[in-house]
Design a protein. Structure first.
Length: 145
């Protein structure tokens, strides 16, 4: 990513205080972030389908739908994600968090244990991982030379 490249992030969280807090922390971490906020799964999906998003930060416990259902919408094939997804949730069940990872999330963070810096690093790593994976698939179909 070049320094002048704005990174589009979609923050989907029904908790207004939490969503605002993490959006502000991310803005402090990087002026390159362009953050879209959605208070529901439906609103998040509408934003995602209308603009190019590089990373979705997703709460699993949403007011209108399961975050897992949304995760499958964002990453239909877990082994070939088209968008980086970082789960940032209030849920603490290790089995639920592992399910999110197996279903295409690049990282899973618990809100109570996450700072803006930790989220920032997780987002950059997730974007880098997905970009590298896309590059592998693209290079396989291109002629050598």
């Amino acid at each position: 990513m070049s320094p002048d490249h704005a990174i589009s992030i979609l923050l989907v969280d029904g908790d207004d205080n939490s969503r605002t807090y993490f959006a502000e922390r991310l803005r402090q971490c990087s002026p390159d972030y362009f953050i879209f906020e959605a208070a529901s799964g439906k609103a998040g999906l509408e934003i995602y389908e209308s603009i190019s998003i590089e990373c979705v930060v997703l709460e699993l416990d949403l007011p209108d739908t399961s975050g897992f259902e949304l995760l499958v919408e964002f990453v239909p094939v877990a082994s070939r994600p088209e968008v980086a997804v970082v789960v940032l949730t209030r849920l603490t069940s290790a089995s639920l968090l592992n399910i999110a990872l197996r279903n295409g999330a690049q990282a899973v963070l618990q809100k109570s244990m996450t700072s803006g810096d930790i989220l920032d690093k997780a987002i950059l790593k997730a974007i880098s991982t997905v970009t590298a994976e896309k590059g592998k698939h693209t290079r396989r179909s291109e002629p050598l030379g």
